[in-house]
Design a protein around this ligand. Structure first.
Ligand code: AN7
Length: 317
């Protein structure tokens, strides 16, 4: 895929390989460990799906209860399955993620037994920044020139920036990568705000096929803005059609299967102008493709049947 795009050093950091199939595990294991130390009993989060899957898994291992608040009807099937499998209590909110997080935060504020596990929890960011360390290590102790990643609630871009900034502070590198934050067109308040050089306005009706990043009010927008500015980065939006097509070409040409939100960096590559051929570019693919069904028109819904080996040879050739 790299050479086709005129990039000789294109890499994918496949976060779908984490224990619950998304980048969320990096921060969740740290935050759950801290929650155990602090004596928390019920760990809660609002989630578009991956955070709830990760929280449910790590809470179960820690012997704590978990409860997840989900925007109704918009959570990918695989993620729901995970939350159920790991024994989380599920609650729906008849609204989008932003509203779910708003009332979850308020509920935590008025309850003694609830402990908030969204990425406002600083330990989440501390764990999540390890992806920067791993990228550095895997490139032979070098930072890439560009890191391209999806942006939803903007915790991850903040964490990635913290990781690379830490490496610089420690003297491990003199340079830091440019961060390219990618949103879906129908939910791109950060892109709009970065271009206009001001705080994001709330998008009250975010809509995109990338349900993980169907978020209109990114909570970590200040940190994300600092990451974009500090890295001389860029914010780009991509359409739903571009997202689905990038998801398909990644799986068909690289053997890497991702969910829709995680295909946004790949969709953005074609739109990024002025990247030198020799630049090292890392796309973070944040979540596994098995979590989210593929569009029906990708598949042959009624494959032919084979009655014997002769017919099979004909069909397989
Ligand atoms: C696959 O699970 O917000 O910008 O509640 O699942 O750190 O929010 C998920 C977000 C990118 C965006 N890719 O990360 C949640 C949730 C995938 C995601 C993002 C999410 P942030």
């Amino acid at each position: 895929m790299g050479p086709k795009l005129g990039l000789n050093r294109l890499f994918f950091k496949v976060e779908g390989q984490n224990p619950t199939g998304s980048f969320k595990d990096r921060g969740m294991t740290v935050a759950v460990t801290r929650a155990v130390e602090s004596g928390a009993k019920v760990l809660v989060c609002a989630s578009t799906g991956n955070t709830s899957a990760s929280l449910a898994a790590y809470a179960s291992r820690a012997g704590l209860r978990s409860a997840v608040v989900l925007p109704s009807g918009k959570v990918a099937a695989g993620k729901l399955t995970q939350a159920v499998a790991h024994g989380a209590r599920l609650v729906r909110v008849e609204d989008n993620f932003d509203r779910a997080l708003q009332i979850t935060s308020k509920a935590v504020a008025i309850s003694k037994s609830l402990y908030l596990m969204n990425s406002i929890n600083p330990y989440r960011i501390e764990g999540q920044k390890t992806v920067a360390f791993e990228i550095f290590e895997q490139l032979g102790n070098r930072v890439p020139d560009y890191v391209v990643l999806p942006v939803g609630n903007a915790g991850n871009i903040s964490a990635v920036w913290k990781g690379f900034s830490d490496l610089k502070k420690l003297g491990a590198t003199k340079t830091v990568p440019r961060l390219v934050g990618v949103q879906a067109e129908g939910a791109s308040p950060m892109v709009e705000a970065y271009r206009q050089g001001r705080a994001p306005r709330p998008w009250t009706a975010p809509e995109t096929v990338a349900s993980a990043i169907r978020i209109g009010t990114p909570v970590s927008w200040k940190k994300a803005m600092a990451a974009l500015r500090g890295s001389k980065g860029e914010a780009l939006s991509v359409s739903d059609v571009e997202i689905v097509s990038a998801r398909r070409s990644l799986s068909a040409s690289e053997g890497i299967f991702v969910e829709n939100a995680s295909a946004t960096p790949i969709a953005a590559l074609g739109k990024l102008k002025g990247i030198p051929k020799a630049a090292t570019v890392v796309c973070i693919t944040t979540g596994h493709g098995l979590k989210e069904p593929i569009p029906e028109d990708w598949s042959d819904t009624s494959p032919p049947t084979a009655k014997d080996e002769r017919e099979l040879v004909r069909l397989l050739a």
